[in-house]
Design a protein around this ligand. Structure first.
Ligand code: HEC
Ligand code: HEC
Ligand code: HEC
Ligand code: HEC
Ligand code: HEC
Length: 196
């Protein structure tokens, strides 16, 4: 086969296979290994979202300050915790112990080595700012749209599959919605938008 033909053959194969693959989210879900739905690593301190974001109703972005400004939402440094825990020392023995650990980590300057919960591969580009601030014509998505009801959770865990099919399904849905609202569809489906 000459080179031109080979390229054409390849293009045709990929061209027919891709829509099929992309059409069936399940195919991607089976084909790719790195899914972590429900993944809940142990943490050095069992920090509770239920207590802080639920019961105390602290805004997600009080701690994850970068979510609407940059690619990564970020995990707070201990100074943020010490805003309260210099004076809030805990009532039960258990919470006193845990809060003492936070203070110790802060005073020593070592910080806490939180285990990562979400870990999408680097070759897939995802940007929080776009989704939290710019999408839906400036209204943005709530964190819960992708992270579930984190304010009801004890130790953080991953709620959604976060596969390529998951991204693309939502992009399709919202492009339709954009059209209905008379906006320009803005959620990309082309490979190089997410694989740069
Ligand atoms: C008082 C601070 C604080 C607040 C408020 C808070 N978080 Fe967190 N969050 C943390 C800390 C500390 C971690 C890292 C430890 C862990 O994973 O449990 C974390 C971890 C996470 C993770 C997992 C990060 C990873 O490693 O992949 C997600 C997702 C998350 N938070 C979402 C939220 C959402 C959504 C809200 C609001 C409903 C929220 N957080 C409110 C402090 C906070
Ligand atoms: C706005 C105030 C506030 C901030 C900010 C805050 N906390 Fe708390 N935290 C509290 C309160 C109030 C309690 C309940 C203490 C009690 O009465 O026992 C608490 C309890 C705790 C406990 C003990 C509860 C348990 O699970 O046993 C830990 C551990 C803790 N916080 C860690 C953190 C960490 C880590 C951060 C920073 C990421 C943080 N807190 C930020 C107010 C705060
Ligand atoms: C809840 C729905 C939803 C999910 C889930 C979602 N997106 Fe999006 N995404 C959107 C919307 C809506 C836009 C259009 C934003 C605008 O109006 O500019 C967008 C825009 C983008 C853009 C173009 C803007 C930019 O940041 O460069 C990229 C790239 C992108 N998404 C990647 C991803 C990836 C990767 C995932 C999965 C890990 C993902 N998205 C999951 C709704 C979603
Ligand atoms: C459109 C879906 C979507 C929305 C909305 C969203 N996230 Fe995420 N978030 C993701 C994805 C996908 C990852 C994994 C990215 C990675 O591993 O690179 C992630 C990872 C994280 C992480 C850990 C890694 C990092 O980027 O720092 C934290 C913390 C987090 N999100 C917090 C939040 C908070 C807080 C909000 C709301 C202000 C929010 N997210 C809104 C999809 C979303
Ligand atoms: C909206 C964002 C988005 C678009 C558009 C997109 N991808 Fe992906 N892709 C991802 C994410 C996120 C992952 C990583 C999660 C996973 O493994 O499914 C991924 C993973 C992959 C992988 C898997 C690598 C592996 O084995 O883990 C391949 C291959 C791939 N994409 C090819 C493509 C091709 C070809 C296109 C265009 C037809 C495309 N992608 C369009 C977001 C996207």
């Amino acid at each position: 086969m000459n080179a031109k033909l080979a390229v054409l053959f390849l293009a045709l194969t990929i061209g027919t296979a891709m829509p099929v693959l992309l059409g069936f989210r399940e195919v991607w879900d089976i084909a790719l290994p790195n899914y972590h739905t429900g993944y809940q690593p142990d943490q050095p301190i069992p920090y509770s979202h239920r207590l802080h974001a639920g019961y105390l109703n602290i805004d997600c972005q009080y701690c994850h300050t970068a979510a609407d400004q940059s690619r990564h939402a970020g995990v707070p440094n201990l100074q943020t915790c010490m805003n309260c825990h210099t004076t809030v020392l805990g009532r039960t023995t258990e919470s006193k112990d845990r809060i003492a650990k936070v203070k110790e980590a802060f005073d020593s300057g070592k910080g806490v080595a939180w285990s990562r919960v979400h870990n999408n591969p680097d070759f897939a580009y995802f940007n929080h700012m776009t989704h939290v601030r710019i999408a839906k014509n400036g209204q943005g998505f709530d964190c819960q749209e992708c992270h579930g009801q984190m304010q009801n959770e004890g130790v953080a865990n991953q709620k959604e599959i976060m596969s390529m099919g998951w991204c693309i399904n939502c992009h399709r849905t919202w492009n339709d919605e954009y059209k209905k609202q008379g906006w320009k569809p803005a959620a990309p489906l082309n490979c190089d938008a997410c694989h740069r």
